[in-house]
Design a protein around this ligand. Structure first.
Ligand code: DGT
Ligand code: CA
Ligand code: CA
Ligand code: ZN
Length: 581
């Protein structure tokens, strides 16, 4: 996940596609819809190519690029410019001509190129600030094709974007927090260092890192913290707290805590703020007072050293950090009906694993070895299928060859089971790219959208529901297609998909790949509430990636999922019985 510096110097498919969507947009501004659609087609092909197109270029130059659908000589040449110089001259000329912050504006929900064009031509909207002003002064609603509802939606989306700005993915924040934790734990006098805040709650993105330390020597731990080599700025430095900026751009806070207050402090700084506010109200209703130092009755401390103790004194069972969002956990706790949340050690299998048969880095045997080492009892081999030609997606014949190889490996096995499966591509109309007879011979079938991301909401919803209505489909992989910080989810009515999953007894996946985490927590909870079964998969593309399962477990816990909701906590035989019924 953490990009190496070598990769950072590369152009991702997503970035390349974005350039061509941008070109398409400018063609619309230039009233050249014909070339606009051509660029769009190319962008779509680039974006849905599961193989890195820069790798394609390195392999066979502009000729190889032209094997992509919609990529002709002129577009291949532009890609070459992009790979060689990081720039596309045609695009730069257009950018100079129209000074619009396009990617910014496109991140607003409900705004596509056509609307941005109207906003620019009629109201000179060039960036988010212009847009906010125009929407707040009621000018947007007066444009043809916009209306009051759209204006409202734009304002809501602007609020959301402001809130997300500067946040980093959990999987990037955790290693940084661990580094701080280790560096501070070795300082003389330090007894314990805790990571609190949104990281402890397992939120998918993180605003800043919150650290707590118990120490007999506050000055030394504060001094060490503020002078670590990875610190580029010190915002604040006091007797018992400090705040710094890490070179990656993320901020970190450190507070020194008294041992007797540790539980109360950990609760306070774990948050969420909304959870804390609700707890304080309960404390007041019981004639007590809760703060970061403890729980007090009159001036007397009644609890504070342990979190459990504080909750207990408030009349509540312990509430796991992942639930502390004031989304009903306090009511559930007071009724003693909190779910017993799934844990990493509950997982027995992994139902999405790619191998070198397609775009994975390792062989089936190597993936099996790594899964065993990680403590799993079975994995499903889910290579891509034929319509994703760029991954070398398997056709029916190759799938059958792979099935035979898996049978052979299973015969030699010491009990570990390899399941015959596939990540079948859902075509634009909701049909699948592998015939039903072959699907019927697999142990389990996962289906996923990898192409045509930009369908209208109703069409996308119908497409996905049609796919899971196929009786051969057992699992819907990464149901919303988002990539955190890179690609928004496709437009889909997730509630209808969840309903359809319930009706067709389809498993919905929590894809644990760090930039996916798809389903996200709220959607997982909706599925759990409706009694839909989930699975937590690594989506591993190499043998090092099974630990990603932890991120999926965290996400599932934030979705209130108990072990019983997660099908890959079952033994392989139970799982097979379940998908065969
Ligand atoms: P983030 O950093 O935006 O991902 O989210 P948090 O939850 O880590 O928020 P942060 O770093 O501002 O504060 C850490 C915790 O400290 C927060 O979850 C709850 C607590 N906290 C901070 N400010 C307040 C406050 O004004 N009132 C209360 N009750 N708690 C606060
Ligand atoms: Ca924080
Ligand atoms: Ca903070
Ligand atoms: Zn996939």
């Amino acid at each position: 996940m953490a990009r190496t510096s070598e990769m950072a110097a590369q152009i991702s498919n997503y970035e390349a596609a974005a350039s061509f969507y941008e070109l398409a947009f400018y063609m619309d501004l230039e009233d050249d819809p014909f070339r606009g659609r051509a660029y769009e087609r190319a962008a779509r092909a680039i974006e849905s190519s599961p193989q890195s197109i820069i790798a394609l270029y390195k392999k066979g130059g502009v000729d190889e690029l032209q094997t992509l659908p919609g990529v002709g000589k002129a577009i291949a040449k532009k890609l070459q410019d992009l790979f060689k110089t990081g720039r596309i001259p045609t695009l730069e000329k257009l950018q100079a001509k129209y000074p619009i912050k396009l990617s910014e504006l496109l991140s607003v929900e409900g705004l596509g190129p056509r609307r941005i064009k109207t906003l620019y031509e009629k109201l000179s909207v060039k960036n988010l600030e212009d847009l906010e002003t125009a929407a707040k002064t009621g000018k947007v609603r007066q444009l043809t094709g916009f209306g009051e509802k759209t204006e409202e939606k734009i304002l809501q989306s602007l609020e959301f974007l402001k809130a997300e700005k500067g946040r980093i993915p959990l999987a990037i924040a955790i290693p940084l927090a661990d580094q701080f934790q280790h560096a501070l734990a070795s300082v003389e006098g330090v007894e314990e260092v805790y990571v609190a805040g949104s990281i402890r709650r397992g939120r998918e993105t993180i605003g800043d890192i919150d650290l707590l330390a118990i120490t007999s020597n506050p000055r030394q731990v504060i001094d060490t913290f503020t002078s670590l080599p990875q610190v580029v700025a010190v915002h604040q430095k006091g007797e018992v707290k400090a705040s710094i900026r890490h070179k990656s751009g993320i901020d970190a806070d450190l507070r020194v805590i008294q041992k007797g207050s540790m539980g109360a402090a950990l609760m306070y700084f774990t948050g969420s703020k909304e959870h804390n506010v609700a707890l304080r109200t309960i404390a007041l209703s019981k004639g007590m007072h809760l703060n970061e130092y403890g729980l007090f009755k009159k001036e007397k401390k009644t609890a504070g050293e342990q979190e459990e103790e504080v909750y207990k004194t408030l009349g509540l069972p312990y509430i796991p950090p992942e639930l502390r969002e004031n989304r009903g956990e306090i009511e559930a706790a007071s009724k003693n009906s909190l779910p017993h949340l799934v844990e990493l050690t509950d997982l027995k299998g992994d139902l999405q694993v790619q191998t070198s048969w397609t775009d994975g880095a390792n062989s089936i045997t190597e993936m099996v070895q790594a899964a065993k080492t990680f403590g799993l009892e079975y994995i499903a081999i889910t290579d891509h299928t034929k319509s994703l030609a760029m991954t070398g997606g398997l056709n029916e014949e190759k799938l059958r060859t792979q099935m035979k190889e898996i049978d052979k490996l299973n015969q030699q096995s010491d009990g570990f089971r390899i399941l015959k499966s596939a990540e079948v591509n859902i075509l634009k109309d909701g049909s699948l790219d592998i015939d039903d007879q072959t699907l019927g011979d697999l142990d389990a079938v996962g289906a996923a959208v990898h192409t045509n991301f930009n369908l209208p909401r109703e069409e996308m919803t119908r497409r996905i529901i049609r796919a899971i209505e196929n009786p051969n489909v057992d699992i819907l992989f990464h149901p919303t297609g988002r990539l955190i910080g890179q690609r928004p989810p496709y437009q889909v009515d997730i509630e209808s998909v969840i309903e359809a999953a319930k009706r067709t007894d389809t498993i919905l996946e929590i894809d644990a790949y760090p930039e996916r985490l798809d389903l996200k927590d709220e959607h997982a909870r909706m599925a759990v509430d409706r009694g839909v079964n989930l699975c937590i998969d690594s989506d591993a593309h190499s043998k090092e990636q099974f630990p990603y399962l932890q991120y999926g477990v965290t996400q599932a816990r934030r979705g209130w999922a108990a072990k019983e909701s997660i099908v890959n906590t079952r033994s392989v035989d139970e799982f097979l019985r379940y998908v065969k019924h």
